[in-house]
Design a protein around this ligand. Structure first.
Ligand SMILES: *Cc1c(COP(=O)(O)O)cnc(C)c1O
Length: 251
């Protein structure tokens, strides 16, 4: 089948559902192969479908295809998707993660959406602001520290040294439950991606020794680098284009 036919088929809901199902099977196959190469069990590797570029009907089809956890990077879009999906009783088990940059004035909106995990706690200041608002609501927010492992200027997050220095302060904050670390690799450079993901894993090992906590969630790996992330220890992939976009090639 040519890409053209594929795209055309994807324009009907049935055709798109078939694409989503087939693509999901291919992705899970890649995850199994990468886990096997690294001597890991594929059961240790979770994945969320990043739905920021699609609308609620596509999320619903993805849910039918087997994706039950989704990621959004904007507070307002998160809320819109949560509300939209709540209209479908069969989707009662759908869950949303907050994965994007978070400004302190949007924290309450995010907390109202009850994300199962906030991946993007990128500074001590933000951690304290989330803690304050969560504590005021009497809730505890599961969260990851976003770490700029690669040191790119354009990326937000703790440097590995800042993460080491700040982890005890983060742990002392009420209303915040630190579960692990998140990172993004530079685009288009597989060797850098590998170093970024292994750096994240080593930092997590260091922080476990310092804190005695499990910190067992490593959120890393996107459409273009997820097999490398699996090889380097990721426990939670964040997959956008490869899940939803028929034009995106599987790596
Ligand atoms: C968009 C996004 C992703 C998914 O990116 P793809 O390359 O489309 O898989 C993952 N993480 C974050 C933080 C994102 O904003």
């Amino acid at each position: 089948m040519s890409d053209q036919t594929h795209d055309t088929a994807a324009q009907t809901p049935d055709g798109y559902l078939r694409f989503l199902q087939q693509r999901r099977a291919e992705i899970l196959g890649r995850v199994r192969e990468a886990a096997a190469r690294a001597g890991r069990s594929a059961d240790e590797v979770g994945a969320i479908a990043v739905s920021k570029t699609v609308d609620v009907p596509a999320v619903r089809l993805a849910w039918q295809a087997g994706w039950h956890s989704f990621g959004e990077n904007r507070p307002q879009e998160l809320k819109r998707k949560v509300t939209g999906c709540a209209a479908y009783p069969e989707m009662a088990d759908v869950r949303f993660h907050m994965i994007g940059n978070l400004q302190t004035n949007k924290i309450n909106q995010v907390l109202e959406s009850e994300p199962v995990l906030v991946h993007s706690v990128s500074s001590l200041h933000l951690a304290a602001a989330i803690s304050k608002r969560a504590d005021a609501r009497g809730i505890t927010v599961p969260a990851l520290l976003e770490v700029n492992v690669s040191g790119e200027e354009s990326k937000s997050g703790f440097s590995p040294d800042e993460a080491r220095e700040s982890v005890e302060d983060v742990l002392s904050l009420p209303g915040l439950d630190l579960r692990g670390l998140m990172t993004m690799a530079p685009a288009g450079d597989p060797d850098m991606a590998r170093r970024t993901f292994s750096g994240l894993r080593e930092l997590a090992e260091d922080l476990r020794m310092r804190t005695g906590l499990a910190l067992d969630v490593l959120s890393c790996g996107m459409s273009d680098d997820f097999p490398i992330a699996v090889e380097e220890g990721s426990t939670l992939l964040r997959l956008g284009r490869v899940v939803f976009d028929p034009g995106h090639r599987l790596v």
